[in-house]
Design a protein around this ligand. Structure first.
Ligand code: FAE
Length: 537
């Protein structure tokens, strides 16, 4: 007997079947094998398939709106020759990075040697590093966007700081309705504190906690979308290891609730949503008959463009991330296809104050050869008005004892960058200079100098290149570019146009004080609900 599938399970099954058959077009019908023919018009188009897009797709689908999601990356659900969907972190192959000949891992060195990166062949891999001179930005590529590659940390910002950053948003509504909704849909869960205290896999975090506590600093557990019950089974040897096998930035083969398994599966389950992969939106103009016309490039896995087409819609939801959405709108404004867009498009970008650092521990403070890749604890000194820092205690899973304590510090950096349109390359360029990181490095240094002094430890200088104890040349948390209430109205409607919406991290003005995806999701829930209730379809 065929088991009865719920709508959401059916959505997941559609994703899997479509992947197995190599389709670039995924909808409920693709589960029954259809031609990947291109739609020419859809009432709603969603660009990108990360957090903001996934919310928009689900809520549009539930409202009965036929919706096409266009994603420039591939669907990550087909096992490669090794039987796994994602490559191993220790031996990355072409699946690891977006059209590269060599991987560009954030932590590439150990004892000053590049022991981590590998030569690979160009392919639409899952992690991209977009390099803009003084600042590089890591992003996910594929159905699920950043949810495929991130560390799953799911904190909610302090309410006081949320209000400072987004004063126009009703915090009662956010904390009472939209954050809980987002957390439930994303599958946010907490680590079992007793297991945390006893397992070898979080010894690294307990050592860092001890050093923070010695310094009089507070630590907090940080929730995650990685299923901690699954992780416990990994540790017990009854489930295939993923977080306990070093997997994270090139994708997790098990355990993580990325949005392709939550929101997007549910969106497909409505029967109204189709996802098309390897589709890059490069242009938007208004349709004289109403709505928008998108210019879309289809590529194959070699990067060759196989099709250029135009696709029409009435409502356009941009969820291509801070970099992607800002580029689409900036290009449209500067090339004159959407000339009435706000002058504020391209402004208000920040990196959430990201700085990484590492400390060398005493020989008796072993951090363990076995480390879970999902962080579960942070040093919370955000309420220190003189030097607010939230530092996640990050793993460095090398399979050997290395006595290193690693951190991703989130600092309060008032500096903002902006994007300019470069006609020669037809792309947006981030304008951000290295000295704009100084407030972040100073804040991290102030905190970790204290910890080092109190514990008589020192920084590691061999991990980030150039003998630097701080990595301030990349971020995982790009935010802003189309800021809520500036480039858009209070609900993400692009100023100057009807039916054109921004739903992703570009709405957040550069800083949140914690890791951002729960907030991006909750804001999208708030904004899309309002848009569906008020705007003509
Ligand atoms: P995002 O998830 O980036 O999705 C945008 C999608 O649009 C991508 O799939 C793109 O491929 C696609 N796209 C872009 N341009 C186009 C185009 N022109 N045409 C078609 N498709 C396009 O956007 N955040 C946390 O809260 N906790 C963490 O633990 C955490 N760890 C991270 C670790 C890593 C390594 C990375 C890279 C990020 C991490 N983040 C974390 C950040 C988080 O993933 C990020 O804030 C969200 O993914 C942003 O969501 P958006 O919806 O803005």
């Amino acid at each position: 007997m065929t088991p009865k599938l719920t709508r959401r399970q059916f959505g997941l099954a559609a994703l899997q079947t479509a992947a197995a058959l190599g389709f670039t077009r995924i909808g409920l019908s693709s589960a029954a094998a259809v031609e990947p023919a291109a739609a020419q018009y859809a009432p709603a188009i969603v660009v990108g398939s990360g957090y903001g897009s996934a919310v928009a797709a689900l809520r549009l689908g539930q409202a009965g709106v036929r919706t096409v999601v266009l994603e420039m990356g591939r669907l990550w659900d087909t096992p490669g020759p090794d039987g796994k969907v994602f490559p191993s972190t220790s031996a990355p192959d072409q699946r690891s990075m977006w059209f590269r000949t060599r991987t560009e891992a954030p932590l590439a060195q150990f004892l000053w040697l590049d022991v981590v990166n590998r030569d690979i062949s160009p392919y639409p891999g899952v992690l991209d590093r977009v390099n803009y001179g003084d600042m590089s930005v890591y992003v996910g590529r594929g159905v699920g966007g950043g949810s495929l590659v991130n560390g799953g940390m799911s904190p909610t910002p302090k309410r006081s700081y949320f209000t400072e950053v987004l004063p126009g948003v009703d915090a009662d509504e956010m904390y009472g309705t939209y954050y809980p909704r987002a957390r439930a849909m994303l599958g946010v869960n907490d680590i079992d504190p007793a297991w945390f205290e006893s397992t070898e896999w979080y010894r690294f975090a307990r050592v860092s906690r001890k050093h923070a506590q010695n310094t009089g600093l507070k630590t907090v557990f940080v929730p995650n979308v990685y299923d901690f019950a699954y992780m416990k089974r990994e540790a017990a040897g009854t489930a295939t290891k993923s977080a306990l096998a070093g997997e994270v930035i090139y994708g997790n083969n098990h355990g993580k609730k990325s949005v392709d398994k939550t929101y997007l599966a549910a969106a497909l389950g409505t029967g109204n949503v189709t996802i098309e992969t390897m589709q890059r939106v490069v242009g938007v103009r208004t349709d004289p008959a109403g709505g928008y016309v998108l210019t879309v490039l289809t590529s194959d896995v070699t990067g060759k463009i196989t099709q250029l087409r135009e696709l029409g819609c009435k409502q356009l939801f941009l969820g291509a991330g801070s970099l992607g959405t800002t580029e689409i709108l900036l290009r449209a404004r500067e090339k004159g296809t959407l000339p009435a867009l706000s002058e504020k498009v391209g402004l208000g970008w920040g990196h959430n104050g990201n700085v990484m650092t590492a400390r060398a521990n005493h020989l008796w403070d072993t951090v363990g050869a076995n480390q879970a890749t999902m962080p579960a604890m942070g040093i919370d000194d955000w309420d220190n008005a003189a030097n607010p820092v939230f530092a996640e205690i990050a793993p460095l899973p090398m399979g050997i004892e290395h006595w290193i304590s690693m951190y991703l510090a989130i600092t309060k950096n008032p500096e903002r960058g902006h994007f300019t349109y470069d006609a020669a390359t037809d792309s947006a360029r981030l304008q951000w200079t290295r000295d704009q990181n100084t407030p972040s490095v100073d804040a991290a240094r102030t905190l970790f100098d204290r910890i080092n002094r109190r514990n008589v430890t020192i920084y590691r200088y061999d991990l980030f290149g150039g003998n630097r104890p701080f990595a301030d040349d990349f971020t995982y948390h790009p935010l802003g570019g189309c800021v809520l209430g500036e480039a858009t109205d209070a609900y993400g409607r692009a100023r100057g146009y009807r039916g054109l919406y921004v739903v992703d991290g570009s709405l957040v003005p550069g800083s949140l004080g914690v890791n951002p995806f729960v907030t991006i999701t909750a804001l999208a829930e708030r904004n899309v609900e309002r848009i569906l209730a008020e705007d003509p379809r």
